[in-house]
Design a protein around this ligand. Structure first.
Ligand SMILES: [Zn+2]
Length: 193
């Protein structure tokens, strides 16, 4: 097969060169109010790859990126923190045959970690792509949470831009006694205003 990024012959989805350079996850932290958000990739660096997410290749690509980043993070996190931790993905609905976010949370399996699949669903599916913060604030996702109450959780989404969605999710979860420890996303979009 060929590397999905540079198209050189490769035994894995990404060749070693791309894994070591372009695709090396490096955790960045952003803070929105009191919510800390950790991301593995700068969106601009992997934009071309992420734009394939609605194609048949997208599934393979997303899973490969998730496997490079989420399992090592969880292993390290759980070594230092033996609490029971729940994982809550943002709006794990199925598009193009699979849920991008469910694919990420699936890679977070670990002893002591419980994944609440498809328990935080948006009832407003407005598209935020390319929209300014004001639009996002005026059109909330209107989440409904049906998962376990009174737990400590890590919130998961594929991309963070303004943090609006994650903040809204945190507020909804709080009403069910869910304490969001922090949020984790595959990529972060740093917007130049
Ligand atoms: Zn490559």
């Amino acid at each position: 097969m060929r590397c999905i990024s540079c198209h050189k012959l490769s035994v894995s989805t990404f060749c070693k060169t791309c894994q070591n350079n372009l695709l090396k996850p490096s955790v960045t932290k952003r803070t929105f109010g009191s919510l800390e958000v950790y991301s593995f990739f700068n969106y601009q660096h992997i934009e071309d790859l992420l734009l394939t997410k609605h194609t048949p290749q997208g599934y393979q690509l997303y899973r490969a990126l998730a496997r490079l980043s989420f399992p090592p993070f969880m292993k390290k996190f759980m070594e230092n923190d033996p609490r029971e931790i729940y994982i809550i993905g943002i709006d794990e609905n199925v598009k193009s045959g699979y849920s991008h976010v469910a694919l990420l949370t699936h890679e977070m399996r670990h002893k002591g970690v419980y994944i609440e699949h498809a328990k935080l669903m948006a009832t407003n599916s407005v598209n935020y792509s390319g929209k300014p913060l004001q639009f996002r604030l005026e059109n909330p996702r209107e989440f409904i949470y049906s998962g376990k109450k009174n737990i400590e959780a890590i919130l998961v989404d594929d991309i963070v831009t303004t943090g609006t969605t994650l903040k809204e999710a945190e507020q909804v979860l709080k009403q069910s006694g869910v304490e969001v420890l922090f949020a984790l996303t595959l990529a972060t979009v740093i917007q130049v205003e």
